[in-house]
Design a protein around this ligand. Structure first.
Ligand SMILES: *Cc1c(COP(=O)(O)O)cnc(C)c1O
Length: 408
């Protein structure tokens, strides 16, 4: 499984300017153009360098715990009475989710660029913890920006980051949540760009982030493809993953993009309802979710939840990792071309699905991942019994115990 970062010839997206069809690109103030170009050059060199790939493979294997198993979910399969269901166990990785794949890639890239300091922003704290973990392993200074409201809600993750040696900076402006933390992180990067790498957590932001983060998560699908061929002797019929920014989903999908018979299904947060403000579903208009239109957020052009006059809309989800108003530009392009389908499920359905997986397979999933399962629970009974599905289990549910306890 060498050379995961080099994509095949037919997988040409994005173009040289970072566009996925009309989406993506680089919509940033002048001060960020040079740092982004420097990053793009460094990444282009790194992905072609076998030494970089070797070092990354070694960390993924010995530090993060790759390859992750592709588990046949026999009891869930029997329970739903539909397709043969396989679970890609990203929940078994160090720090409990797929985020570490990307953090290791960008951490190594920072070292290669001679930057001894990484910064990140975090909402629920999951990306902050993964970044702090990698920074400690690689001996990098680490500063994580977090809204003070979020710090209050996620005290345990703040403690984890500090234990790992990171500095957590509370942001007290605006709504004191993720978008204010993003602004502060941007300010830091502009000021300290010579020494600092901005470690972005999903397939969002200006070029080259969406393509680079995708490439670092691509290992999920590269492994799953080999594993399912070994187990079943043929490709799967359907891949299912939850979509926040979209990194675990594109990580699974990407190695299958050239296989037209493999259907791709992304599941967003349907929250409490289809009205704007009650959900975080950006590509699920067909399922009745309102308020998403193309627009620019955080440096990239994609679908964004917004009010009729263009203000970024409030969002809601029981799972913090899916609670974001924009989606990665490659997903918008896959949706436009009907290569992937997107839908959303409610908070209630996700919580019920988490409970089902716990009882059927002995796995407590992250509430994010439970969204993907919730949609599969609806569809599976209508699918042929000899069909094969891979469900991406992006993370484990330990972090969600308090929310689940309150909910149930
Ligand atoms: C952060 C997170 C997500 C959402 O992020 P993507 O970039 O859409 O993958 C999903 N699942 C888990 C467990 C997460 O921690």
């Amino acid at each position: 499984m060498e050379g995961e970062l080099l994509t095949t010839a037919t997988q040409i997206w994005p173009d040289t300017k970072g566009h996925f069809g009309p989406y993506g690109g680089r919509y940033v103030p002048e001060t960020l153009v040079a740092p982004l170009e420097e990053l793009e050059r460094a990444y282009e060199e790194a992905r072609r360098d076998p030494n970089f790939q070797r070092e990354l493979d070694s960390l993924l294997k010995n530090f993060a715990g790759r390859p992750t198993p592709l588990q046949f979910a026999s009891r869930l399969t029997e329970h739903l009475g539909g397709p043969r269901i396989y679970i890609k166990r990203e929940d078994l990785l160090h720090t409990g989710a797929h985020k570490i794949n990307n953090c290791l890639g960008q951490g190594l890239l920072a070292v290669r660029m001679g930057k001894r300091r990484v910064i990140a922003e975090t909402g629920a704290g999951q990306h902050g913890v993964a970044t702090a973990t990698v920074a400690a392993r690689l001996g990098l200074a680490c500063v994580v920006y977090m809204g003070t409201e979020d710090m209050e809600r996620q005290r345990l993750n703040v403690f984890r980051m500090r234990l790992l040696g990171a500095e957590v900076v509370g942001v007290n402006s605006g709504s004191r949540t993720l978008k204010d933390a993003i602004n502060e992180a941007m300010r830091d990067w502009v000021t300290n760009v010579r020494t600092t790498h901005y470690l972005l957590g999903s397939v969002l932001g200006a070029h080259p982030y969406p393509a680079m983060v995708r490439d670092f998560q691509r290992v999920i699908g590269v492994e799953a493809r080999a594993q399912i061929l070994e187990a079943e002797g043929h490709l799967p019929d359907l891949l299912v993953a939850c979509v926040g920014g979209g990194s675990n989903a594109i990580g699974l999908f990407h190695a299958f993009l050239d296989d037209p018979n493999v259907k791709l299904l992304g599941v967003e947060a349907g929250g409490r309802g289809t009205t704007l403000g009650e959900h975080a579903a950006r590509l699920a208009a067909a399922a009745g979710y309102s308020g998403a239109r193309p627009g620019v957020l955080q440096g990239t052009y994609s679908y964004v939840l917004q009010t009729p006059d263009g203000q970024i809309a409030a969002t809601h989800s029981v799972s913090a990792g899916l609670d974001y108003p924009a989606i990665g530009p490659e997903h918008a392009w896959l949706a436009d071309r009907h290569r992937a389908e997107y839908t959303a499920v409610s908070d209630d359905a996700a919580v019920a699905a988490a409970r089902t997986l716990a009882r059927m397979e002995g796995i407590i999933p992250a509430l994010e991942s439970a969204h993907a399962l919730a949609e599969l629970i609806v569809r599976a009974p209508k699918m042929p019994r000899d069909s094969v599905v891979i469900l991406n289990l992006s993370g484990r549910g330990d972090k969600d115990m308090e929310i689940l306890a309150r909910y149930l």
